[in-house]
Design a protein around this ligand. Sequence first.
Ligand code: G3D
Length: 178
Amino acid sequence: MGILFAKLWNMFSGEEHKVLILGLDNAGKTTILYQLTMREVVHTTPTIGSNVEELKWKNMKFVMWDLAGQDSLRPSWTCYYSGTQFIVLVVDCMDRDRVPLVKEELYKILAHEDLRKANLLVFANKQDLKGAMSASELSSLLNLTSIKTHRWQIQACSALTGEGLFKGLEWMANHVTR
Ligand code: G3D
């Protein structure tokens, strides 16, 4: 009876899926959050703690958490992991120097027990800027093809123009766990 009720509730209320937007500071996480939820570029200030917004898409509800990416705040990410269905890793494709650090954080995230069942979407952001790494270059630097434990996807995007963001969202919509 409980399961039936839950299914009916989901049918009428829209299912809820938890999304964590992670990445280093300045990657574009907050800009992406507000482009997706408000369809506009907002002026951002560095996030201390988190921003959370709901996004309704095709009878699904994504609860999107944008977490601060500064060195001193990244250890607090683990407090948010429980119940996460999607990790959205945002990478500043102009910031080649910090790709090794992004990689280190990525494999730490994937190894965490609470994220065992989460899917991974990598946004290769800032494609509007000349000299940005392409999604395929970033994919090989992060060695994404070695990931066998999680479903993953990489999507080139620009949070500023909005290009590519909804393709990423579409991939998430096609991979929700019910
Ligand atoms: P964060 O939340 O990951 O720390 P923000 O990053 O969303 O605050 O973005 C950091 C800076 O990068 C912002 O510029 C923002 O406008 C810019 N930015 C984000 N995404 C893009 C993008 O796709 N293209 C370009 N060109 N810039 C982007 P400021 O100047 O406000 O610090």
